[in-house]
Design a protein around this ligand. Structure first.
Ligand SMILES: Cc1ncc(COP(=O)(O)OP(=O)(O)O)c(N)n1
Ligand SMILES: Cc1nc(C(=O)O)sc1CCOP(=O)(O)O
Length: 214
């Protein structure tokens, strides 16, 4: 994951899923077009459920050349040789995640609405920083609000890629892309898309391309 390319789609799984049934939906999503990264984000599950999901879903991501990251659990990501992990401000600290995963893994950090947190993460070596939420979302009711001004300011001072997250849909992503976001990160806009997950991925990619063109 580098920030020196065009803006790309970063996909997060639903927080509750049954791995065998979800595998077909993941396959459909990744068949729908370009996805830069897949993050497994499970909530309220035990370690065995996490392990079953990693074992079933990571090969599908890899068959599409999509890096597979695990949210909150760099220990499990390391155990299964995943491509990396995403950690929040209340999770395993960045330095410990990096120690567990090694220098070549992708480690991203939630930075909410804060350029200061983002600088700290980038200086420590994070591969990307994540800003959000941009819009209201039921997926995770926002406590912080990020802005396109933050993305613009970030892009001017550093080359460390930034991810924009929170309520982002094909019809509201234009200003975020034009402000310089490297990745548009999405949960429901893909999984709940009326044309299915593949249609959702295609719709985001069309909207990103239109924003970059226009
Ligand atoms: C790419 C990306 N950005 C932000 C988050 C949110 O992470 P966090 O603050 O740790 O909250 P939970 O996802 O654990 O609810 C993310 N997962 N991914
Ligand atoms: C997991 C997560 N983190 C956020 C943050 O603001 O840090 S918003 C969010 C949920 C994003 O889901 P959707 O694309 O369905 O709005």
């Amino acid at each position: 994951m580098t920030g020196d390319e065009r803006c790309r789609l970063y996909l997060i799984t639903p927080a509750v899923l049954e791995p065998v049934a979800f595998a077909d939906r993941l396959q459909a999503a990744l068949d729908g077009g370009d996805v830069a990264c897949l993050q497994l984000r499970l909530k309220d599950v035990d370690d065995d459920a996490f392990r079953r999901a990693i074992e079933r879903l990571m090969p599908i991501a890899h068959a599409h050349d999509v890096p597979f990251l695990v949210n909150d659990r760099p220990d499990l990501a390391a155990e299964f040789g995943c491509d990396g992990a995403h950690v929040g401000q209340q999770d395993t600290p960045y330095a410990e995640a990096r120690r567990l995963l090694g220098p070549d893994a992708i480690v991203g950090v939630t930075c909410h609405d804060s350029r200061h947190l983002a600088m700290e993460a980038a200086d420590a070596g994070a591969d990307y920083v994540a800003f959000g939420a941009f819009f209201h979302t039921e997926t995770k009711p926002p406590r912080f609000w990020a802005t396109t001004e933050l993305i613009e300011a970030w892009s001017q001072v550093t080359t460390v890629p930034c991810v924009a997250i929170g309520g982002i849909k094909p019809d509201n992503l234009g200003p975020i892309v034009q402000a310089g976001a490297d990745f548009i990160c999405v949960v429901t806009g893909v999984w709940d898309h009326p044309d299915g997950p593949g249609g959702g991925v295609a719709a985001y990619n069309r909207a990103i391309a239109a924003a970059l063109a226009g």
